[in-house]
Structure formats: structure tokens, C-alpha cells
Design a protein around this ligand. Structure first.
Ligand code: PMP
Length: 409
């Protein structure tokens, strides 16, 4: 990929990371202050002096604001370095807590989890836990009745991704949580892609643990968190040390990141109803335009994830491009060609890109190797509009000619 994006670059990869909201940046700046400024915003929130207490208040206010956006209590929110840490903590920390309390060791998840859930689950398996992977249908949905079949009397924890970072499927969380609770199990959801984008209120949704990340909703990178319901077992800390955040996660809190996250989330939640409608319309239009553009060509477009855009992440379009009589196209090559023409998309998830192995999540939908290799993900965000969709459509013929030199549109 090119390193210096030209000024007219069209960034359509918001699921990988969304641009920082300028309002969040403005709120962060005082907390990045240097020794020369009067505010002493750099101080340690654990220090007892005035600047330290100022920093502490900023972190507490940020926690209260984040909690308010989610319908949680401030003491149910712990800040982490992002969703990766929150997922690791939820899975490994809970495993430790539940094992210590003598709970049986069975976990139910899916084959389409983000690597930051998938890998800790594998770690649990190596540590002797039994893991069942509930099946997903061709659009990536987990069906409550099939989840029920995966449950056992000994199931301690269910972990299911809310909005899928690649294929965009948004799970019916309320129905899945109901199944888990009926079987006496706790429920963790990785909501890194949905918090700040879809209505999510833990006062109404009885989820036990919820992972979120700031940079997916226009906040800074390097901060996210875990909601853990006050009456659910507390995950044992991963990070031991000075006992910050009520002993749940040691390490000096970063007021700038906390304030930036809280501000970005506040605006994202406020704007989500209108913005999600706009992005769904834009995503649907992109797909329609792609289908029209390719209908008379040798290329076949297969949408991955739900056909119903109301059941997808707003702005997500994930598809496979197949070419008759040609070896499978590589999503990476398509994304690279688009990048060279000033359009940033990805072949799958950013965590996955760089490797040419097909996405495990796409394969889990029952797709072929060719379909799972020739994938492109477009994730539209706040800064995108119709002109970006048109630019992508306009660039496509040249991109396809380049990737399949003998191909005619
Ligand atoms: N879960 C999901 C669903 C994600 O999309 C991501 C980011 N790709 C993560 C977890 C990890 O988030 P973070 O970058 O905050 O560690």
C-alpha cells in the first residue's frame, strides 16, 4: 500500500479505523499539556496534589460519560488499551475467576470471532477448557435454537461477536443472551464495531460483559474498555501492579485518551440514528451500482453477509469478485490497485490483511476457497458520501483489467 495518501484520497476503510473526531481531539489537548502550561494536565491521576486530582476528575467524568452512552453505571466500565485487551481480559480473566469458583469449564463461541476472541479461546482450550463452536448460517447469523443445542449443563460462558468486522452481520444479541441465561451461562459480546454506531443500552440488553473500542467510533487509538455488569462475576485482572481502576486494571490511566474516547462516543451516539440511516442507504447504493456495473461482464459479484442492509453494520459492504475462467482473484491485489488509484478499502479485516490465506470467517459461511480469497470490504463512514461510491465504481474497470489482464468488462 502507498505510504503517503494524496490529499484527494478517498478513505473507505472505517471499520479498520475511523478518523479522529476533531471535537475529541480538542477535548484531548489540555490533557496532553506540557510542563509549561498552567493546567498541568500531564499529571498522574493517582497523585494527591491539585494537578493529579484534576486529572483524576477528568478520568472519572470520562467514565461517567462513557457509562451514560451505554446505559451502564460508571463503576461497571473499565478502560483498557482497546478491544483486543478487553476481549483477552473477558475471556482469560473470566476463565480464571470461574475456574477458581469451581464452575465447570465449557465455553460456547462461534467460528467467526475476531482473532482477539479466537486466540484467547484457543488458549483456554490448551488449558483444558471444552469449547463448542455454535454454527452460523450463510449470512453469518447464529440461530438461537442452534445456540441452544450447543449449550450444556456445564456451560459457563458464551462469547459472540455483535457486529462482524468483516462481513457486517449484526447478531440478534437479545435472543442469544436469553438462550445463554436460560442455560445458566454468562454472556460476553464483542461490540467493538457496534458501540457508537447502533443503539446499544445495557440497561435494556441484559448482556453480562461488553467489549468496545474508541478508534472504531471516531475516538483515539489505544483505548477501549470492558463493561462488566456489577452483579456478574468480575474477571480476574490480567495486569497486576499499582491497583488502578479499582484493582481491575493496573497502569496509570491516560486522561487524554479517556476524555477523547468519551467525547467521540458522546457525539457518535448522538448522531448514530441519522448517520446509520445515511450509511445504510449509501452501502445499499454501492452494492446496486456494483451489480449494475458488472452485470454484462465476466465478473460475478457475491455479497457476503446479510442481503438485508438493516441487519448489517451501517456502511459495510463485503463481497467476493469471481471471474469466469480465471484463477481466483486475490482481494489483496484488488485493494492494492484501488489504493494506487486513491481509494482505500481492505480485502477483509485489517488484522487479516497482509496474509493471503482466505478469511476463516468467510469460510465459516460455507463459501468456497475462491470466494473467500477474492474478497473486498468497503466500510463507509462519516466522511463518505455519494461521490466516494461513484469514485469506486469509476475506478473498478481499470482495476479489474489490471488484475485480470485478459479480462474484458
Ligand atoms: N473486535 C472487533 C470486532 C474489531 O473489529 C477489532 C478491531 N479490528 C477488535 C476487536 C480489536 O480492537 P482494538 O483495535 O481496539 O484492539
Amino acid at each position: 500500500m502507498t505510504t503517503d495518501a494524496p490529499p484527494s484520497y478517498r478513505y473507505l476503510d472505517n471499520a479498520a479505523s475511523a478518523p479522529l473526531d476533531p471535537r475529541a481531539l480538542a477535548a484531548m489537548l489540555p490533557w496532553l499539556a506540557t510542563a509549561q502550561t498552567a493546567a498541568h494536565g500531564f499529571a498522574n491521576p493517582a497523585s494527591l496534589h491539585g494537578p493529579g486530582q484534576g486529572a483524576r476528575t477528568a478520568v472519572q467524568n470520562a467514565l461517567a460519560q462513557i457509562a451514560h452512552c451505554l446505559g451502564a453505571r460508571p463503576d461497571e466500565i473499565t478502560l483498557t488499551s482497546g478491544a483486543t485487551e478487553a476481549n483477552n481480559w473477558a475471556i482469560r480473566g473470566l476463565a480464571e475467576t470461574l475456574s477458581a469458583s469451581g464452575r465447570p469449564r465449557h465455553l460456547v463461541t462461534t467460528a467467526i470471532e475476531h482473532p482477539s476472541v479466537r486466540e484467547p479461546v484457543r488458549w483456554l482450550e490448551r488449558a483444558g477448557w471444552r469449547v463448542t463452536y455454535a454454527p452460523v448460517d450463510r449470512e453469518g447469523f447464529v440461530h438461537p435454537d442452534l445456540l441452544a443445542q450447543a449449550m450444556g449443563d456445564d456451560t459457563a460462558l458464551v462469547s459472540i461477536i455483535h457486529g462482524h468486522n468483516e462481513i457486517g452481520t449484526v447478531q440478534p444479541l437479545d435472543e442469544l443472551i436469553e438462550v445463554a441465561h436460560r442455560h445458566g451461562a454468562l454472556f460476553h459480546a464483542d461490540a467493538a464495531q457496534t458501540v457508537g454506531k447502533l443503539p446499544l443500552n445495557v440497561a435494556r440488553l441484559p448482556v453480562d460483559y461488553l467489549t468496545f473500542s474508541a478508534h472504531k467510533c471516531y475516538g483515539p487509538k489505544g483505548v477501549g474498555g470492558l463493561f462488566a455488569r456489577h452483579d456478574a462475576p468480575a474477571p480476574a485482572p490480567l495486569l497486576l501492579g499499582g491497583g488502578q481502576q479499582q484493582g481491575r486494571r493496573s497502569g496509570v490511566e491516560n486522561p487524554a485518551l479517556a476524555v477523547g474516547f468519551a467525547t467521540a462516543l458522546h457525539y457518535a451516539c448522538e448522531e448514530a440514528p441519522a448517520e446509520s440511516r445515511r450509511l445504510r442507504t449509501l452501502g445499499r447504493r454501492l452494492l446496486e451500482r456494483l451489480r449494475i456495473e458488472l452485470q454484462e461482464s465476466r465478473f460475478r459479484l457475491i455479497l457476503n453477509g446479510p442481503e438485508d442492509f438493516h441487519r448489517r453494520l451501517p456502511g459495510n459492504a463485503h463481497f467476493s469478485l469471481l471471474c469466469e475462467g480465471h484463477a481466483p482473484l486475490e482481494g489483496e491485489a484488488l485493494a492494492l490497485q484501488l489504493d494506487l488509484r486513491g481509494i482505500g478499502v481492505s480485502s477483509g479485516s485489517a488484522c487479516h490483511s497482509g496474509s493471503l490465506t482466505p478469511s476463516a470467517s468467510v469460510l465459516a459461511l460455507g463459501k468456497t476457497q475462491a470466494e473467500a480469497t477474492a474478497t473486498l470490504r468497503v466500510s463507509l463512514g462519516r466522511e463518505n458520501d455519494d461521490s466516494d461510491v461513484e469514485a469506486l465504481i469509476a475506478a473498478l474497470p481499470a482495476v479489474l483489467r489490471r488484475v485480470v489482464p485478459a479480462g474484458r468488462l
